[in-house]
Design a protein. Structure first.
Length: 53
């Protein structure tokens, strides 16, 4: 069965390389796209990850 509610799985894409993270966010509370500083394993340093389509 599928989960019900405002939470959706989103993809976070790095601005400096092709790596990405998958995470869950609440669409009801945060309607805009999010940006986070996360560790980029390809670059081996922290980079800005933006929410992809």
């Amino acid at each position: 069965m599928a989960k019900k509610g405002p939470r959706e799985t989103i993809r976070m894409k790095s601005t400096e390389s092709n790596s990405c993270y998958w995470t869950v966010k609440n669409k009801r509370n945060t309607t805009e796209r999010i940006e986070l500083r996360k560790y980029d394993p390809l670059l081996r340093k922290h980079a800005v990850f933006k929410e992809a389509k």
